[in-house]
Design a protein around this ligand. Structure first.
Ligand code: ADP
Ligand code: MG
Length: 231
């Protein structure tokens, strides 16, 4: 219990620092991004490095966003949104990475799908994290299958199935722990944030994995949220 407490305290301190520093970092970052974009538009043919700069700035931004989550979970704004649009948007962001690796993504929607009450911005982050993990799990080409369906007219089930390296049994329990990563330049923040956002949506996240074969991440989300979440 003592260890756990220390752990929590440590996280709280890191979280507060991260939130403070993150906030300060994001502003200069966004002006850097703006200028890189502008410069690229002015001379698109001669400056092949600008897209890379922009991509890397976006990466810093997403790490900072994840870090800020440690300290203070953001407020949720529930509104009606279409899961297929959220997933399509996420796929447009990961398309380049997938293509470079020769990863194919197939999406199956068991329609018609109703809109769900959610924070669309946050769900984008969820699917971005999960799809990135799926892509990164495959060293060569492979396939990612995304299935979406409704069960009982009440809940939306989303499954993301990859043919990647899988997760060792000994690591399963560490998933979602901040900073747990097996990647050379991973942060180990993605699943923690993902898990938190799904919980805030009264949803569930399950991971089934077989080493060497692949991983299936199952998310289920209620279509309707209770009137107000009591805290
Ligand atoms: P990061 O991606 O920065 O490592 P995450 O929190 O997203 O952090 O994931 C933590 C760890 O969980 C990864 O380093 C990896 O070991 C494991 N993992 C997550 N998703 C998958 C997946 N689809 N296939 C294999 N391993 C995964
Ligand atoms: Mg990740």
């Amino acid at each position: 219990v003592y260890e756990e407490l220390r752990h929590k305290e440590k996280l709280a301190v890191i979280g507060q620092m991260a939130a403070g520093i993150g906030h300060e970092i994001r502003n200069p970052l966004s002006s850097l991004r703006g200028f890189a974009q502008l410069q690229h538009e002015r001379s698109p043919n001669t400056n092949e490095f600008y897209p890379i700069m922009i991509q890397e700035i976006d990466r810093i931004n997403s790490i900072v966003n994840d870090l800020m989550y440690l300290g203070k979970p953001k407020e949720i704004n529930f509104e009606k949104a279409r899961i297929e649009e959220i997933i399509a948007y996420t796929l447009s962001l990961t398309q380049q990475q997938a293509e470079m690796q020769g990863v194919k993504v197939e999406t199956f929607m068991e329609g018609p799908l109703p809109p769900i009450e959610c924070d669309g911005k946050q769900l984008k982050q969820v699917f971005l994290n999960l799809i990135k993990n799926a892509i990164e799990s495959m060293t060569d080409e492979g396939r990612i299958k995304i299935n979406v369906k409704i069960v009982d007219g009440q809940r939306m089930f989303i499954s993301i199935h990859d043919e990647g390296c899988g997760i060792a049994d000994s690591n399963i329990l560490n998933l979602g722990e901040p900073f747990f990563t097996t990647k050379k330049d991973g942060t180990g923040l993605g699943l923690m944030v993902t898990n938190q956002i799904i919980k805030d949506h009264n949803g569930e996240l399950k991971i089934e994995s077989e080493i060497g074969k692949g991983t299936e991440v199952k998310v289920n989300l209620p279509i309707f949220q209770q009137k107000r979440k009591q805290k």
